[in-house]
Design a protein around this ligand. Structure first.
Ligand code: SAM
Length: 220
């Protein structure tokens, strides 16, 4: 049965209240989560799961990240880089990119799976979002568009991809989950000239960042 817009809006408000209870306090971030309709990134009956605070499969072994995780990463970025040009690695459903767009960033996003990139681009078009999407290995970044004030990596990396560090603007920040397959520590890396400062935060579990500067693509 199709859910009414009103019911979906109530569910969205409840999701944002859950995020607040879990410690997401930034008003701009919470407002972006109220503004962006997460159910538009789901298909058919799966929209029933859109406002649960859970990751959800989007095909090809990938997931749309849990709302809390998206909010956590977005807050880390917004508190350090309030505006400018942001590169997301791992478009997936397109939801994180839409949240960044709602916050006023100029958004560039990279996906390695053609079907996911096409689907996300269709949604951006339908919603009238001016988000640039590219199909390539995100561990190598998007050198033609660099430098970026912010980079947000939405897949778990075994190490910091060197090309991404080099594509950060002066004072720019990268938010990236770093660690093993089983667990990654959310890390913020800030560029000051040739010096890169690091801060470490909570642990999460992401699908792997696969590519030349990530996990081996013959394994995943
Ligand atoms: N940000 C997404 C969203 O809002 O739905 C969720 C991202 S999902 C957890 C991780 C995504 O990273 C997957 O779509 C996966 O295909 C993509 N990915 C993994 N390695 C990549 C790479 N080297 N370049 C680009 N995308 C990559």
């Amino acid at each position: 049965m199709e859910r009414s817009e009103k019911l979906l809006e109530l569910s969205r408000v409840e999701m944002v209240e859950t995020l607040r209870q879990y410690g997401i306090e930034n008003r701009k971030v919470l407002d972006a989560f109220l503004q962006v309709k997460r159910h538009l990134f789901f298909e058919g009956d799966t929209i029933d799961f859109a406002y649960n605070d859970c990751a959800y499969p989007i095909g090809f072994g990938q997931t749309i990240s849990q709302p809390y995780t998206v909010a956590y990463m977005t807050t880390l970025l917004l508190e350090r880089v309030p505006s400018g040009k942001v590169l997301e690695i791992g478009t997936g459903s397109g939801y994180q990119a839409a949240i960044l767009d709602a916050l006023g960033y100029s958004v560039y996003t990279i996906e390695r799976i053609p079907e996911l990139k096409e689907k996300a681009e269709d949604i951006f078009l339908r919603l009238g979002l001016d988000i640039s999407c590219s199909l390539r290995d995100g561990t190598l970044g998007w050198p033609e568009e660099a430098p970026f004030d912010g980079i947000i990596v939405t897949a778990g990396a075994p190490k910091e991809p060197g090309p991404l560090l080099g594509q950060l603007a002066e004072n720019g920040c990268m938010v990236i989950p770093l660690g093993s397959h089983d667990s990654q520590q959310m890390t913020v890396i800030r560029r000051h000239g040739d010096i890169y400062g690091r801060e470490a935060f909570h642990h999460f579990v992401f699908v792997p960042l696969v590519g030349k500067e990530g996990w081996d693509s013959t394994v995943f």
